[in-house]
Design a protein around this ligand. Structure first.
Ligand code: ADP
Ligand code: ZN
Ligand code: ZN
Length: 710
């Protein structure tokens, strides 16, 4: 028997698989082996077992070791598919499906056998505390074991990840929920489209329940765990230890144990972010992708896989159901999946259509005139667009009034720091990163200006080093500056949530918990504040500079802008008091902003899909992006050009090479393929890049291929 082994090494130069003798070893596809390779030992994964090989008998060697844990066969297939689909290598793709390092934590456990015998007072005492761990009494217990009074066995101790407790009630389903659940149960893949609070999670929970009853396993994907603890908590509250949690904040031991519990079928539901799509769940019956619009599902590094696409592959491979849920689904999902609708917030049913959406003012603040805000029939808060084209301030007067009159609000500004760039008023010099072609952002609390791309930092300039002028202007406002302004006008606690205030692992959940517990307060932050939190007493949502996401030269700019505003609107007015949303923008007529203000996701999707069709963007064509980078711009450019020359695929448009901004001292060039022949284009790109990477002339060039970039 021959084992075909793919070595788990990251160099692109070594391309396997290589053949080894499997005689006398219990090997299967997915076994992890130690293999002699030249003068070194490498880990490898068995990708196939065969009878024949081209390697002469005398050169065939035997793996030196086989690991206890192995990769399930279907995940080996998934990894090999990823290697092709994302122009990566089998080794890199297999690395993401192999078990986490570690081993089970065991201890010895003693139990009385029921036999009796003569005991000393000390032994009597010992017997009385059994059954229990042997601990430091092992020697004494061994003597009792020898006399047949006690059995000692090895047990595994589970290292349990810390989680948030939540209460859980299974509800009687509404009619739309019943229909959605029925369709999901029947199989296939579905998009569950419903506003926040429309009962999507309850449908996932019921669908998972049905799978467990049939003996099937489940994978639930969520965006970052720290930002969406509630979904995880609800699965755990309902299903207890049959839920395994997989995410990067776990300790190595916890991660190993959770993986192992799934691999041995002790746990049947895997919950986690992107990488949980590789959970070793046997007899998979359902994969849920919650908040399917979230960009975190795309891996930013080789292999640049998209967990949503991998989920579809795994579901297809194992005949499992696939459910993608969102209040703001991506146009491509709407176009390609069967759609189930949850039309309204659950709690909207039976409510009167008019409520006061504003709270009494906090003590010490003069109450402004109370406004009567209509509640929409679907339970969503009304949204007002505030035109900022004439304004020099970061807050519109109406925003100020609303914030002053509200006990609890959320304010979104998708830009951190104090101001976005500095310039000299005398000579016009702008402060830029020495390694990247981008402006440095002022962080006042840290007394520095920083590059948000490479991390370069320098002290805040007191004067211009070009002309000596003291007049250094600060342009634009980020979260740090708005926090400062809000503190001057408000007495309530302000919680700032952005990458600067949450550098430690537990900072995000702690900050969110403090805001949650506070009877009054304002949560201010970047797009992190618009994720799935559920704060029932928040009655005001504000988006500042809503068009900031529109200014990116990217075909997804509209989609992102719509989703961000609509998601923030989903955070406000979830409780009985209702709520409202204000959107400040310099593009008050932008279709994505107007649609979000009207909660018109159907209208937005219709227009967006029409636009994408006209310009041949996904889902009407596939996009592949190749980026070359090098210190020498000529090398980067000619490498991109060489790749372009070698790609000839029908039904494929090639754009570029076009320069990108310099990053970390490297000049970059981009090549974009728009194709109707996905498989052929991926294949051709992979080959062209491999050839270029091997060419001597491009030794200093780095290559990155991104299929379906987001
Ligand atoms: P989503 O995932 O769409 O945001 P959830 O499933 O979290 O919605 O439901 C929103 C709220 O309504 C939750 O508090 C949930 O417990 C409750 N809920 C869900 N379904 C029902 C139902 N059928 N009847 C009553 N309450 C429900
Ligand atoms: Zn100057
Ligand atoms: Zn930089």
């Amino acid at each position: 028997m021959i084992a075909r082994v793919e070595p788990l090494t990251t160099t692109r130069r070594l391309s396997g698989p290589f053949d080894y003798k499997a005689d006398g070893l219990a090997l299967d596809v997915g076994s992890i082996v130690r293999i002699p390779f030249g003068h070194q030992q490498l880990d490898g994964v068995v990708v196939a077992l065969t009878d024949s090989t081209d390697v002469p008998e005398e050169k065939l060697v035997v793996p030196t070791d086989v690991r206890d844990d192995s990769v399930p066969r279907d995940l080996v297939d998934t990894a090999l598919w990823i290697a092709e689909e994302y122009c990566s290598t089998p080794a890199r793709a297999l690395q993401i499906v192999t078990p986490p390092p570690g081993k089970a934590k065991t201890y010895l456990f003693a139990e009385p056998t029921g036999e009796t015998g003569k005991l000393t007072a000390k032994q009597q005492e010992l017997m009385e505390r059994l059954p229990g761990p042997a601990g430091k009494d092992l020697a004494a217990l061994r003597r009792l074991e020898a006399r047949g009074l006690v059995t000692i066995s090895e047990r595994t101790e589970r290292r349990v990840p810390r989680t948030n407790a939540t209460e859980d009630r299974a509800h009687e389903l509404t009619q739309p929920q019943v229909e959605a659940l029925k369709a999901i149960d029947e199989g296939g893949s579905h998009l569950l489209h419903g506003v926040t609070g429309s009962g999507k999670t309850e449908v996932y929970l019921r669908a998972a329940q049905a799978c467990l009853e049939r003996g099937e396993g489940v994978i639930v994907l969520v965006p970052e765990i720290a930002l969406t603890p509630q979904t995880v908590a609800r699965f755990q509250a309902r299903f207890g230890d049959t839920v395994a949690l997989l995410h990067s904040a776990l300790s190595e031991g916890e991660r190993y144990d959770e993986w192992r519990r799934l691999r041995t079928n002790e746990a049947r539901i895997a919950v986690g972010p992107r990488s949980a799509v590789f959970a070793p769940v046997d007899n998979l019956g359902l994969i849920v992708v919650d908040e399917e619009h979230d960009a975190s599902y795309k891996q930013d590094g080789d292999p640049r896989y998209d967990a949503r696409h991998v989920a579809a592959f795994r579901a297809y491979q194992s005949g499992a159901r696939l459910v993608a849920g969102s209040a703001t689904p991506r146009p491509e999902t709407v176009h390609t999946m069967h759609r189930l609708r949850l039309p309204a917030r659950v709690e909207a049913a039976g409510k009167k259509p008019l409520v006061f959406a504003e709270d009494p003012a906090p003590p010490g603040v003069a109450p402004p005139r109370p406004a009567l805000t209509p509640r929409r029939a679907d339970g969503l808060p009304p949204v007002r667009i505030l035109d900022m084209r004439e304004s020099q301030h970061s807050l519109h007067p109406e925003t100020r009034r609303a914030i002053l009159a509200t006990r609890k609000s959320i304010v979104l500004l998708n830009r951190r720091g104090w101001s976005n760039f500095l310039s000299c008023k005398t000579c016009g010099k702008a402060w830029e990163c020495p390694r990247c072609d981008v402006a440095l952002v002022l962080h006042r609390a840290q007394h520095e200006i920083a590059c948000h791309h490479c991390g370069h930092k320098e002290p805040v300039p007191k004067r211009c080093d070009n002309c000596g002028s003291l007049a250094v202007a600060r342009h634009g406002a980020g979260t740090e500056r708005v926090e400062h302004e809000l503190r001057q006008m408000l007495d309530v606690p302000i919680f700032r949530l952005d990458a600067d205030t949450t550098s430690t692992k537990d900072a995000v959940p702690e900050l969110l918990a403090r805001f949650h517990a506070s009877s009054s307060g304002l949560l201010l932050g970047t797009q992190m504040v618009a994720k799935g939190h559920d704060f029932p007493d928040v009655t005001l949502g504000v988006v500042l500079d809503a068009d900031s996401t529109l200014r990116f030269p990217d075909f997804r700019a509209e989609e992102r802008t719509f989703a961000l505003i609509a998601q923030l609107a989903g955070r406000a007015g979830r409780g009985p008091k209702g709520g409202r949303v204000l959107v400040q923008t310099r593009s008050p007529d932008a279709p994505s902003i107007v649609a979000a203000a009207n909660h018109d996701s159907d209208g937005f999707l219709r227009e967006e899909l029409a636009r994408r069709k006209a310009h041949e963007y996904p889902p009407f064509a596939d996009i592949i992006r190749v980026v070359t980078s090098a210190a020498d711009p000529d090398a980067a450019r000619s490498a991109a050009a060489a790749i372009a020359e070698h790609i000839t695929v029908p039904e494929t448009q090639l754009l570029g090479p076009a320069p990108l901004f310099r990053l970390r001292d490297r000049e970059r060039f981009q090549l974009v393929l728009k194709t109707h022949e996905r498989a052929a284009a991926i294949h051709a790109t992979g080959h062209a890049v491999e050839d270029a990477a091997r060419a001597k002339a491009f030794k200093e060039v780095n290559f990155s291929v991104d299929v379906d970039p987001v």
